[in-house]
Design a protein around this ligand. Structure first.
Ligand code: NAD
Length: 371
């Protein structure tokens, strides 16, 4: 039996509750597919700070580096508001991203037909939507130097951020986008502002070259990021994979997220470079939402973003494409059946808690794997 090593980092608040639902699905995979998933669970965030004095320990970092993939719940909460900046719960996630060198952030925006009414757009614009935003996560204007406020000495100050991209940073994020497009509808739209930014001009040049040399089979379009924002709201279904820099990706992925209507539904992945020996990428999968302290402990949390994060892991870290499809279809069918947690509740539907939602998906997932 193949062995697949998954590190579970449930974190704080509802993180622990939604992580428990993922374990049910891993059990289904091991039983029905002999998938060989071996999970270890460790502390992160406020829970790690309370028990180990740091938001992520060196021992947990070593587990994360050794795992095939990390599945992360959520961190934070009012309990740790007064904790020193470098020990705050979020610092644990930042350390994981930095030391695992996770430079590619993947945010899918999938609109399940049963939830199309929850979108702020008209049903026909979003029903069946399935796009993937690939955002460069470790470079660009959020990290470029100089980054400072200068005193000009004449009563004026000057605030400076620096947008900077090296060739290798654009090449590797472009390759991630093209590789992913090949597993989907084979189209990439690259977004920048080449009309007003030299970094945009160079981004465009490098993406074009990588496409010509390595991915000529994938369709490539270029779009100015502002026009892309408009089209995401006007006709989002024209896109498949969108690749863009850190700043534009931050905004465009939030716009795309809201097309789908609910925070409790949104998964994400962060990927690193392929390992030279094995070709496997370091990877961390997590829901977009936070630890929801307002509902933690009530058993009401929606586990679907976490479950959809596992589906992304099956697809991108474990090459289990059929199983990923089956899990996503099981989520869609559960919603079609009118089974809803409180955050996505609608008239005529049945309201359930975290565990019952996990059971409903697991039951349909098992049925698909055994059909
Ligand atoms: P949040 O995402 O935790 O919650 C926002 C609202 O959405 C809340 O009303 C919450 O109840 C609801 N919600 C979120 N996820 C839900 C789910 N799965 N099911 C049902 N309802 C859900 O954001 P927030 O309230 O701004 O932040 C709370 C804490 O989480 C803070 O400490 C923040 O720093 C942290 N946070 C962590 C992450 C992360 O771990 N990646 C991300 C965002 C926020």
């Amino acid at each position: 039996m193949a062995s697949r090593k998954l590190l579970l980092l449930p974190g704080d608040g509802i993180g622990t509750e939604i992580a428990a639902e993922v374990e049910k699905l891993l059990a289904v995979l091991n039983e029905e597919r002999s998938a060989g998933f071996e999970t270890e669970t460790a502390l992160v965030g406020g829970a790690a700070y309370d028990a180990e004095g740091v938001p992520v320990s060196d021992a947990t970092m070593a587990l994360a580096q050794a795992a095939d993939a990390v599945l992360f719940g959520a961190v934070g909460g009012p309990k740790w508001d007064g904790v020193a900046y470098d020990k705050r719960p979020e610092a644990g996630l930042l350390r994981l991203r930095k030391e695992m060198e996770l430079f590619a952030n993947l945010r899918p925006a999938i609109c399940y037909p049963a939830l199309a009414e929850a979108s702020s757009l008209k049903r026909d614009l979003v029903e069946g939507l399935d796009i993937l935003i690939v955002r460069e996560l470790t470079g660009g204007v959020y990290f470029g130097e100089p980054k400072e406020i200068q005193d000009l000495g004449n009563g004026q100050k000057r605030a400076i951020d620096t947008q900077v991209y090296d060739t290798y940073e654009i090449e590797r994020i472009a390759r991630v986008a093209f590789d992913l497009a090949r597993t989907r509808r084979n189209k990439v739209t690259s977004m920048e502002k080449r009309n007003v930014m030299v970094s945009g001009l160079y981004w465009n040049e490098v993406v074009t070259r990588i496409h010509k040399d390595e991915y000529a089979d994938v369709a490539l379009e270029h779009e100015l990021a502002d026009a892309g924002g408009m089209k995401l709201v006007k006709s989002p279904k024209i896109y498949d994979v969108i690749v863009t820099d850190n700043l534009f990706g931050d905004m465009l992925s939030d716009i795309a997220a809201m097309l789908t209507g609910s925070l409790g539904m949104l998964p994400s992945a962060s990927l690193g470079a392929p390992d030279a020996a094995t070709g496997k990428r370091k990877a961390l999968y997590e829901p977009v939402h936070g630890s929801a302290p307002d509902i933690a402990g009530t058993g009401e949390a929606n586990p679907l973003a976490m479950i959809a994060s596992l589906a992304m892991g099956l697809r991108y870290s474990f090459e289990m494409l059929a199983e990923a499809d089956a899990l996503e279809a099981a989520i869609a069918e559960t919603l079609e059946a009118g089974i809803r947690t409180g955050d996505i509740m609608a008239e005529g539907c049945t309201k359930v808690g975290t565990s019952a939602m996990g059971d409903a998906v697991a039951e349909r997932f098992r049925a698909k794997l055994t059909a």
